[in-house]
Design a binder for this molecule. Sequence first.
Ligand code: ATP
Ligand code: MG
Length: 414
Amino acid sequence: MSSSLDHDALASLLRRPHLRSLLAAMNQDGEETRIVGGAIRNALLGRPVTEVDCTTTALPDQIVRLSAQAGFKSVPTGIEHGTITVIVGGEPFEVTTLREDVETDGRYAVVRFGRDFAADARRRDFTINALSLGLDGRLHDHTGGLADLAARRVRFIGDAHVRIREDYLRILRFFRFFAEYAEADPDPDGLAAAGQERAGLAILSRERIRHEVLRLLGARRAVDTVRILAEHGFLTWILDGAGEFGRLRRSIGAGQPFEPVERLAALAVMVEEDADRLRERLRLSNEEHRKLSAYGRLVACLKSGPDICGAVDLRRLVAVHGIDMVLLGMAALAGEPRPRVSREAMAALDALRSGVAPLPVFPLRGADLVEKGVPKGPRIGELLSRARTIWIAEGCPDHPGSATALLQRVLADG
Ligand code: ATP
Ligand code: MG
């Protein structure tokens, strides 16, 4: 069964010199240290391994001491949870003391340090996330993760209900890891438990929800997974509003590498106000909110503006909204009754996308006006904005001389 797993990639993980030095240093004084979690999972799946986490019997102050002894810098990034970042040859590794849960409340866990690798594995979320590997090359599978990984199956460790009640974020992680790693359908026990425990999501912080939701939207099977979320009553809760599934599917299918937040826009922004609600709901950054709002304005324009008849209309649209936004909007709304876009305009969009045609760039700067004797101050902004309106109305000309003509025109008018 495990023939579909890349054991060579796993072996080559252990040939990484920094990682070897780290493990050797952390195995002093009778301690045992292993690579754990995502690095093992990704190596076995033949995927890139970017972060390597280690787990160890050594206590936090011992990790610091062993690091110093080997000449490595260490940073107590999460010392209260037992996590130290050890830097070997410029490469950071998170080294965490083995833990066992003492108490959980659905959000946070009180943990104690332990010396038992099996107990540490059992407190992790999914079987595919609980494999560990020693410097001796032995792969430890305390929870049946290898078989699940070979079958591309995401399963909770132990009873799914119990595990979800310990930490409701695991509901979203279940769907996120499914979206990234699974084939076929979700594990029926996990899915049923997630649905029954759904109300518990309400106690989670919005930051944690945001993190999982954006990761999910960026994942390989985002479309399938969002459909499952909708079918099981999660989607409206997550978005605090409606999701337009077809738009998400089309935007992802368009072959353009849209970011998670752009996928969120396609899915959940129907009007600009949706952007404000989603910012609150998911505690989005200003930059993320800006993108959602810009997408909302574009949709309004595409839905209720005039038809996009020719290359000039298209150029205007790109000048106002930016090429990435227009590509996203056109992909998401493709096939809907509006916008109506001519073939010529679509060809013009393609030319801009591929770089065959240059992107429209507004040709004037404040300095151009200052040079013509306009005093610095609010007047500059007003004139620039007027010039921009004229430039767009004229179809964003970029021929030599158009900047000078535009400059003369606003100066004469103003
Ligand atoms: P990636 O970073 O690529 O998303 P990862 O496996 O490293 O994947 P993290 O979220 O970084 O995922 O968590 C590291 C490991 O810690 C997981 O593999 C899992 O074993 C454990 N883990 C993380 N969050 C939880 C949780 N909420 N409940 C139980 N175990 C968890
Ligand atoms: Mg990680």
